[in-house]
Design a protein. Structure first.
Length: 110
């Protein structure tokens, strides 16, 4: 259980750090959405760009099976490396956006 709490803290710290970045458009804000009970963590961009609505998921993580699943990454950031730097064991990170057959062997049992 302590490991899950540490993973929650790592995900929250990572998302909060990137939420401090300023979008190019002042009408767009970055929002951190955390559902700790269900294990969902997201960074969203929300607002307007001229007359077009912006609502885009930049990062999406899930905590399940005692692992961090990177479900989506539309940034240039290597999120798995960022998580390892925050103390998450590499074998507890699953690249959920990659088909299982293309993941590294140590992730396939996830």
């Amino acid at each position: 259980m302590a490991e899950i709490i540490n993973y929650h803290n790592a995900l929250e710290a990572l998302l909060q750090r990137y939420a401090l970045l300023k979008p190019h458009n002042e009408e767009v804000e970055l929002q951190v959405w955390i559902d700790q009970i269900r294990g969902h963590y997201q960074l969203l961009s929300v607002g307007w760009c001229n007359d077009k609505r912006v609502h885009h998921c930049l990062m999406h993580f899930d905590l399940k099976d005692e692992k961090i699943w990177i479900q989506h990454n539309s940034t240039e950031v290597e999120l798995d490396n960022e998580l390892v730097a925050l103390g998450v064991a590499p074998e507890h990170i699953v690249l959920g956006f990659i088909p299982e057959y293309r993941r590294p062997k140590w992730q396939r049992a996830a």
